[in-house]
Design a protein around this ligand. Structure first.
Ligand code: TXA
Ligand code: MG
Length: 324
């Protein structure tokens, strides 16, 4: 029987990427566990993008104090179209550069099943089809889109070997698939195709010039011009339209109460058992539900400021901040 290596503080198995190890990895992913896997760019920390708690576990493992949107990985174009809306330009870029080190940000498909946490509550989603064949085999066998940031702790460099992953995140993953050193060695280029004009959000494996040539136009670069939102600014885009206050014990007249822990007076409860992973998984969907309700404001009960609670509170604080 499989034992969770984290229980013993031990190291997860590192297995060469082949049909056998992929079959084991698929079982882990379907059970909501995390698996590190190689791509041509860097190693990814993969979890089922349709399972909010698996996505929350990714943020927990990375130790990031914020929910930034993650890249959703797919094996083929059919899967990609199930996750995001591809207009003609996006289809053309995909057919030219996929599989490969390009990530396209497009509008989310409404029924994609991808957890709102994976795209941090945005109405867009970042999608990538990796070039490494074994990675695509793994994705095809899983049969679900995989959320996968680089498999390093927050603030550390991205891993390009299985050993790097083991050193950084060994205690957080059930298995490390070893595909040898990554050929590209830098992350994918992130191109936002969700608006009128294409915007480069992150330089990476595909050069900007090649994208400009394919599109037949100049591409704006985020951050180079103050008029264009940087990825960091995009992250904070989503906030409920209703006013929000934190550290509430009860609702005032007209307010919805978003609960945490065993309480009976909550309109919705992020986690009745006080589980931060469950709360993170529910956060964006519940804010959205309350936002489209008849209430006039949202009051949120206190969330402890540790582990995933930091990222939850970060998002709530920004939603509660006065708006201009
Ligand atoms: O090479 C790679 O892309 C690696 C391998 C594992 O595939 N993955 C990776 O994922 O670097 P991640 O999640 O660490 O990269 C996320 C990047 C961030 O810059 C984030 O801001 C941007 O993609 N991003 C994701 N979703 C977005 C969205 N909806 N809108 C704007 N930017 C988004
Ligand atoms: Mg990274």
């Amino acid at each position: 029987m499989w034992a969770d290596p984290r229980d013993k503080g031990g190291m997860p198995p590192i297995l060469p990427l082949d049909d056998q190890s992929i079959a084991i990895a698929v079982d882990h992913i379907r059970a909501g566990r995390l698996v590190a896997f190689p791509t041509e760019t860097v190693y990814g920390l993969g979890g089922d993008a349709t399972n909010g708690e698996a996505v929350a576990a990714i943020f927990e493992a990375k130790g990031r104090p914020r929910f930034n949107p993650l890249i959703v990985h797919v094996p083929d174009m059919i899967a990609a179209r199930g996750v995001g809306k591809f207009d003609k330009r996006a289809e053309e870029l995909a057919s030219r550069f996929w599989p490969g080190p390009l990530t396209l940000v497009v509008k989310r498909m409404v029924d994609s099943g991808v957890s709102e946490l994976a795209s941090a509550g945005l109405d867009t989603v970042a999608i990538r089809m990796p070039a490494l064949r074994g990675a695509r085999t793994f994705l095809a066998e899983v049969g679900r889109p995989l959320a996968a940031p680089s498999a390093n702790r927050s603030g550390k460099v991205s891993p390009t070997t299985a050993q790097h992953v083991a050193q950084e995140l060994g205690d957080a993953v059930a298995l490390i698939l070893d595909g040898g050193p990554c050929k590209v060695g830098v992350e994918s280029t992130v191109l936002d195709m969700s608006g009128e004009t294409p915007v480069l959000l992150r330089p990476g494996g595909v050069p900007l010039e090649e994208l400009e040539e394919a599109l037949g136009r100049k591409i704006e670069v985020a951050g180079a011009d103050t008029a264009i939102a940087s990825p960091g600014m995009l992250e904070s885009h989503y906030a409920p339209a209703l006013p929000l206050r934190m550290d509430a014990r009860e609702a005032k007249a007209g307010e919805a109460l978003l609960g945490f822990g065993p309480v009976s007076n909550a309109t919705l409860n992020l986690s009745e058992t006080g589980n931060l992973r469950e709360a993170a998984a529910n956060l964006f969907a519940m804010l959205r539900d309350l936002d489209s309700s008849d209430f006039t404001a949202i009051a949120v009960m206190p969330i402890p400021e540790n582990g995933l609670g930091r990222a939850i509170n970060d998002r709530l604080r920004r939603a509660a901040a006065p708006r201009g």
